[in-house]
Design a protein around this ligand. Structure first.
Ligand code: CO
Length: 505
C-alpha cells in the first residue's frame, strides 16, 4: 500500500494561485481531510510563511495552531529549505534550531528538509533539530539531470543523509523533469542501497508526473505527493483522485475513499473560484519546453522579464542556449531558487554584453566562492581562478561564517511588540521588515477580509492587460540577492548599451 501526501494546503495553492489560500478557506475542510487516511498533509513551510505575513496579513503560527487543532489525527508536514528555513538566505544556527523546535511544538510532525545544491552541510543543523524535537526527518534529494548527477551520486547522497539521521528520503522533482523510467531506477537504487522509505514529489509541468508517480510506486516508493483535483495539474502535483483511482485494486492500492475525496474537491472548487483572478491559464497548461531546454517555467518567465526590462526580448533564443553553458561552468547546480536566478541573470549578462563573464554578478562570485554551499561538480577553472584571485573561496560550511542573531532580534522585536513570544520573535528574525509592516497593519485594524477584497481587485485589474505568471509576480524571486542582481543589471544598462553601440549591434 502506497502512502499519499496531500499537498492542497501548501504546494497545490503555492503552485497555482501564488500561495494565497487563506486559513479560513482551509478550516471548513479540515475535519474531512483529517478523516481520509492520508500518510501526511503538507500544510506549512515553503512560501506559505512569507506570504501569510507579507500579503495575507495572517500570522503563520496561528494558522499552524488552528490546523493542528482541526486535524489532530493526520501527521502534518512542512517544507523547510535547510539553512534557509522558509526564507531566502542562510540563517545562523541559533535561528535555525529554535525555528524547527517551535514548528514541531506548534504542530509539525514531518519535516521535509532540502538544499538547492544538495549540500548536506546546509541540511545538517535543521535535520539535527528535527531529530531533537522528536519529529520525523524527511531528508531530500533535489533531482536534476547532468553529467555529475549520476545514480551513484544520488545513492551516495542518500547514504550521507541516512547517516545524518534521516528517517526517510524524498526525491524532489521540482521542475517536472523526472522521466518515469529514471524515477523508477532511482527509487529502486535508493531503496536497495540506503534502506529508508522513499517518497517522491513531482510537478506536472511537463506532463510526465502522473506516469512518473505510477512508475515509482511500482518500483517501491513508500509514498507520493498529490493534490486534490481543483489544485492539481500544470505547475502543481498530479490529482489525488486520479492517482487513487489508477492504483485501485493494485498491490499498492492506497485505499482512500474516492467519494469522500470527491466531496472535498467540491469544497476546493468553490475555494478556487474565490481566487480566480490569481489563476493564470499557463500555470495549468503542459509546458513542453521543459523537455527540451530544461528551464523551469518560473525561471523562463524571470528571463523574459529581465530581457523585457532591457528591451532585448529578441535575444531570448541566445539566452536559452547560454543557460546550460553557465550551469555547466558553475558545476551543474539544480535549477531551483536561488540557483535558477544566479544562473539566469549571468546568462542574460553574458549574452547582452556579448562577451562571456566580462561582467560577473555578485551572486555568481559568492556562489563560486562557496557561500551558497558546495557546487555539485567542478567549477570552470578559469572562472574559479578569476573570482578567487579577488576574494578567496571560503573553507567549510557557509553558515559557520554567520554570527548569532536570535538574542538581538528578540530584543529588537520586544521594542515594538513588548509581549512578543518566541514564535513572533522568529517571524521577525526571518523577515524583519515584513513582520514590522504586518504588525503595523494589525495595529491599524486592517483585517484579512478587507485586505483580501482590495488585493484581489487590484491583482485582477493589473492582470487584465498583460497577465504574468503568478509564480514570478509573487514568490519573491530569490529575495535580497535577486533584487541586488536586478538592480546591478539595471545600473549596467547604459554600459551595456554603449558596448552594443560600439559593437554595432
Ligand atoms: Co513542489
Amino acid at each position: 500500500m502506497v502512502g499519499i501526501t496531500e499537498t492542497v494546503l501548501r504546494d497545490g495553492h503555492q503552485s497555482l494561485i501564488a500561495t494565497r489560500m487563506r486559513t479560513r478557506d482551509m478550516l471548513p475542510a479540515a475535519e474531512r481531510l483529517d478523516a481520509i487516511g492520508y500518510r501526511s498533509l503538507e500544510v506549512w513551510g515553503g512560501a506559505t510563511f512569507d506570504v501569510c505575513l507579507r500579503y495575507l496579513h495572517e500570522d503563520p503560527w496561528e494558522r499552524l495552531r488552528q490546523l493542528k487543532k482541526a486535524m489532530p489525527r493526520t501527521p502534518l508536514q512542512m517544507l523547510l529549505r535547510g539553512q534557509n528555513l522558509v526564507g531566502y538566505r542562510h540563517y545562523p544556527d541559533d535561528v535555525v534550531r529554535p525555528f524547527v523546535a517551535e514548528s514541531a511544538r506548534q504542530g509539525i510532525d514531518v519535516f521535509r528538509v532540502f538544499d538547492a545544491l544538495n549540500d548536506p552541510r546546509n541540511m545538517a543543523v535543521a535535520l539535527d533539530a528535527v531529530k531533537r524535537a522528536g519529529a520525523r526527518a524527511q531528508a531530500t534529494i533535489c533531482y536534476t539531470s547532468s553529467p555529475v548527477h549520476t545514480l551513484e551520486a544520488f545513492v551516495a547522497l542518500g547514504r550521507t543523509l541516512a547517516e545524518m539521521g534521516a528517517d526517510e528520503l524524498c526525491v524532489k522533482d521540482m521542475g517536472g523533469f523526472l522521466p518515469p523510467h529514471e524515477g523508477a531506477e532511482l527509487v529502486r537504487a535508493l531503496v536497495r542501497n540506503v534502506g529508508l522509505p522513499v517518497v517522491v514529489h513531482t510537478h506536472s509541468s511537463s506532463g510526465m508526473s502522473a506516469m512518473t508517480c505510477l512508475a515509482v510506486v511500482d518500483a517501491g516508493a513508500a509514498a507520493i505527493d498529490t493534490a486534490l483535483s481543483p489544485f492539481a495539474g500544470g505547475a502543481s502535483q498530479p490529482p489525488t483522485e486520479a492517482m487513487v483511482g489508477a492504483l485501485r485494486g493494485s498491490a499498492a492500492d492506497p485505499k482512500l475513499d474516492l467519494a469522500a475525496l470527491a466531496e472535498l474537491s467540491e469544497h476546493f472548487r468553490t475555494v478556487l473560484d474565490r481566487y480566480r483572478p490569481l489563476l493564470d491559464l499557463r500555470s495549468l497548461q503542459t509546458d513542453p519546453g521543459i523537455l527540451t531546454h530544461q528551464i523551469p517555467g518560473g525561471m523562463l518567465s524571470n528571463l523574459l522579464s529581465q530581457l523585457r526590462e532591457q528591451e532585448a526580448l529578441g535575444r531570448l533564443t541566445e539566452v536559452v542556449q547560454e543557460v546550460p553553458r553557465v550551469r555547466a561552468d558553475l558545476g551543474f547546480p539544480p535549477l531551483v531558487t536561488p540557483t535558477s536566478q544566479i544562473v539566469g541573470v549571468q546568462a542574460v549578462i553574458n549574452v547582452l554584453v556579448g562577451s562571456r563573464y566580462r561582467e560577473i554578478t555578485r551572486e555568481v562570485r559568492d556562489y563560486v566562492r562557496g557561500l551558497y554551499g558546495a557546487a555539485p561538480g567542478p567549477i570552470d577553472p578559469a572562472l574559479l581562478r578569476r573570482v578567487t584571485q579577488e576574494s578567496p573561496a571560503i573553507v567549510g560550511r557557509p553558515a559557520d561564517l554567520l554570527a548569532p542573531e536570535f538574542e538581538k532580534m528578540l530584543a529588537e522585536v520586544r521594542g515594538f511588540v513588548p509581549g512578543a513570544d518566541e514564535a513572533e520573535a522568529l517571524s521577525y528574525a526571518l523577515f524583519p521588515a515584513v513582520f514590522r509592516s504586518y504588525r503595523e497593519s494589525v495595529d491599524r485594524g486592517l483585517t484579512p477580509d478587507v485586505l483580501t477584497t482590495v488585493a484581489l481587485g487590484v491583482v485582477g485589474a493589473l492582470r487584465a492587460p498583460r497577465p504574468t505568471r503568478p509564480l514570478a509576480s509573487t514568490v519573491p524571486r530569490g529575495g535580497a540577492w535577486a533584487e541586488a542582481g536586478r538592480a546591478s543589471l539595471g545600473s549596467r544598462r547604459r554600459w551595456i548599451d554603449a558596448h552594443h553601440a560600439r559593437a554595432g549591434r
